[in-house]
Design a protein around this ligand. Structure first.
Ligand code: NAD
Length: 358
């Protein structure tokens, strides 16, 4: 029996979490779910979108399965997702994107793994509001030390990239490559422009790569990488990226395999792991029983593998593959057109997957 923290999340979170829970239980592996709500409603009720009880539960159980949580844009509380990753030092965001036969996509045979640094970069949460004392003193400091003028009406976000965090994320990418018999790691950056942050990322990546002569290594500038992913994604294998580029490229990779409905993910640290889909809370679909639960179920498969339940993970993966291949019990996003009347509901997809688990 595995005790897992279960965070249903906001928007469509509760629907896909329920579907995922049912599917995981149908594999025969036993779970005890420690349900911990977090997010918008919890913020209204408890004054914090991520109360301590949630973090305490994950610290105790070590593993969580999480639905998406809404982040208000521009104002309101800061991202719970980012806070969770930072508080638990979940330094790696792992997002495998592979093509399932029958999935609606412009591409075939995609098999990419995105390894995104999860704790620093522009997502470190170090920001100074326009007009604040902090912003004023940074503007003054920059003027005094570089002679460069930053406009007084600027908001400022800081981009730290460290040797420590880069070393461990690049090492993770290479270790993952070895363990999973992958051929190549590509480090993605903009070192030509940001010499002291991305430049450091690249320098450290090259040094780490020297320890893995059995795995091919190369680097690509982020803009070129985006173009290459659209033109010839089959050239790439594992991509290791700083936080912001990793976020954006994860969605490109999701698009290559047929959309966010099929893109799973995991946030992994030395001690804890939180499994969640790449997509967000899709608020406009909330309560409609319409959204694709497969991305979260695939994240559940990653969790099964993490728990060492490889055989259950394989059985579930086969069952999902067969539902996708058949193309009948799939949600609107996987049908030829989004208004296809034969689209299955979220819970029907779960039922179909469960019926095919051997
Ligand atoms: P989103 O991923 O929630 O949805 C964008 C669109 O993608 C949806 O409107 C829908 O058309 C499609 N989509 C997403 N998931 C799908 C699925 N499972 N099946 C079918 N179609 C799907 O992105 P957004 O609208 O930019 O973000 C909504 C909220 O979610 C924001 O508050 C954002 O901050 C948050 N968010 C949270 C996480 C997380 O919890 N890790 C990740 C990303 C975004």
């Amino acid at each position: 029996m595995y005790k897992i923290t279960l965070i249903p999340g906001d928007g469509v979170g509760p629907e896909i979490t329920e579907a995922t829970k049912r599917v995981l239980e149908a594999t025969g592996v036993s779970f005890e779910w420690d349900v911990q709500n977090a997010g918008e409603e919890v913020y209204k009720q408890e004054g914090s979108p991520l109360p301590d009880r949630v973090l305490d539960s994950i610290r105790k159980n070590k593993i969580a399965l999480k639905g998406p949580i809404t982040t208000p844009v521009g104002s309101g509380f800061r991202s719970v997702n980012v806070l969770l990753r930072q508080s638990l030092d979940l330094f790696c965001c792992l997002r495998p994107c592979k093509t399932y036969a029958g999935a609606k996509s412009r591409y075939e045979n995609i098999d990419l793994v995105i390894v995104r640094e999860n704790t620093e970069d522009l997502y470190a949460g170090i920001e100074y509001q326009k007009g604040s004392e902090g912003a004023k003193s940074i503007i003054e400091f920059i003027q005094n030390t570089t002679g460069k003028r930053v406009r007084q009406d600027s908001g400022i976000s800081i981009k730290p990239i460290s040797v420590y965090a880069t070393e461990r994320i690049v090492r993770y990418a290479f270790e993952y490559a070895r363990k999973n018999k992958r051929r190549k790691v590509t480090a993605v950056h903009k070192a030509n422009i940001m010499k002291y942050s991305d430049g450091l990322f690249l320098e450290v990546a090259r040094t780490v790569a020297n320890n893995y002569p059995d795995i091919e290594f190369e680097d690509k500038i982020i803009d070129n990488m985006c173009m290459q992913l659209v033109q010839k994604p089959e050239f790439y294998d594992i991509l290791v990226l700083p936080n912001l580029y990793g976020d954006v490229v994860s969605d490109i990779a999701a698009g290559l395999i047929g959309g966010l409905g099929l893109a799973p993910g995991a946030n992994i640290g030395d001690e804890f792991a939180v499994f969640e889909a790449t997509h967000g809370s899709a608020p406009k679909y909330k309560g409609l029983n319409k959204i694709n639960p497969m991305a979260m179920i695939l994240s559940g498969i990653m969790m099964l593998r993490h728990l060492g339940e490889k055989e259950a993970a394989e059985r579930l993966d086969k069952s999902i593959s067969s539902v996708i291949k058949e193309g009948k019990s799939v949600t609107y996003d996987m049908k030829p057109t989004p208004d296809d009347p034969s689209a299955a509901t979220t819970s029907e997809v779960a039922d179909a997957i469960i019926s095919k688990i051997i």
